[in-house]
Design a protein around this ligand. Sequence first.
Ligand SMILES: Cc1cc2nc3c(=O)[nH]c(=O)nc-3n(C[C@H](O)[C@H](O)[C@H](O)COP(=O)(O)OP(=O)(O)OC[C@H]3O[C@@H](n4cnc5c(N)ncnc54)[C@H](O)[C@@H]3O)c2cc1C
Length: 386
Amino acid sequence: MRIETAIVGGGPAGAAAAASLAAAGRECVVLERTREPHHKVCGEFVSIETQDVLTKLGLDLRALGAVPIDTVSIHSGRRSVRAPLPFRALSVSRQRLDAALLEQASAAGAQVRRGVTVQSVARDAERWALRCDDGAVIEASNLVLATGKHGLRGIAESRDGSLVGLKMHLRLRNAAALNNNVALFLLDNSYVGLELVEDGIANLCLVMARDIAARVGPGWAALRDHLATAQPQLAAYLEGAEPLFDKPLAVVCPAGGHIHAEAAPAVYRIGDRLAHIPPFTGDGIAIAVTSGALAAAHIAHGLPPCAYLAAAQACTRAPIRLAGAISALAARRAGRAVLMAAAAMVPGLIGAGARATRVRGPALPMPDRGDSYAPPPRFFGSGSRP
Ligand SMILES: Cc1cc2nc3c(=O)[nH]c(=O)nc-3n(C[C@H](O)[C@H](O)[C@H](O)COP(=O)(O)OP(=O)(O)OC[C@H]3O[C@@H](n4cnc5c(N)ncnc54)[C@H](O)[C@@H]3O)c2cc1C
């Protein structure tokens, strides 16, 4: 099979790239290794920029059952602060969101192949060859790498994997106490997010150091007991909560922020393969869908991966740096004390932090059949096109 663009990975990044390319009338295939919609480790907080891109792609989040979130409460030890968010966020499970986005890509005209794992990729002078586990070899002029936290044989990587992300869906006894609010609980080298998703289900999601996770041990009971001991305010929510998965979902993830910075890339990296923002911001999906649409715009207009990378770095760098600094401060008891005191003393500080950690793409028309989009010169850093 030969195709103009092959996208490896059908999460929000890959699906957004495919939907955008298809809307622009360009041929593409998305290869996703899972056969069915599935749950993923994620806080499931859908920020305003994510909503903007998803709406442009034709997705109706309310129709998926998404619920509104207007405030954030932050808890450390016995102290709490609560503040309005500077935007209305939404919350919906990734199982629903990712499936709807892939369906949208398919409806727009992208080829979507589920249950196909790309085992390796290689490039000759002209095109990429993708080897799939069903024996197929796909040749493509453009390769979009959207494999999330996973690497791909044939593409060099250096990634930190010092944290583990964990998630459990719960039926809480006092779910109403969480209405319209995302609760963040700060712990040593760890934080926990708790919010409602669709159908009154609560999503508990956290990051912690891998060595601590190994000490806590497997299974929900061990994790619940660890969290309840470490955070008394969280213990009140977990009391009598019914777990809805057999065991917590887990994924290895990097600490702090990270943006890919290869000098002469030949591949369009999007989503987590492009950049990682500390999860407390609830903005990883924004990076995924923004970078997916941005890569599609560059491909649709014949612009190379290096031009795309410069544009993507420009819109992710500042929020990732700030989120990394806040995350490092919150990791230690003394830093948390400073953060909590500042948040209590300065009204508007939490809202300002939430605003400053948003990743916004350039004001870029979504690629559309016949549009004449050319990225402004500042996308390329030096002011001229490569
Ligand atoms: C603890 C935690 C909490 C988070 N909370 C939030 C939050 O509340 N809000 C938010 O916006 N972001 C959050 N994030 C970040 C967000 O989950 C990610 O940034 C987002 O999922 C990235 O999307 P993606 O499409 O790049 O990757 P993914 O969603 O991981 O999708 C990658 C896809 O590629 C597929 N794949 C991998 N390898 C292959 C292969 N070889 N062949 C075929 N398919 C392949 C996988 O099956 C997967 O479906 C959180 C992250 C963590 C770790």
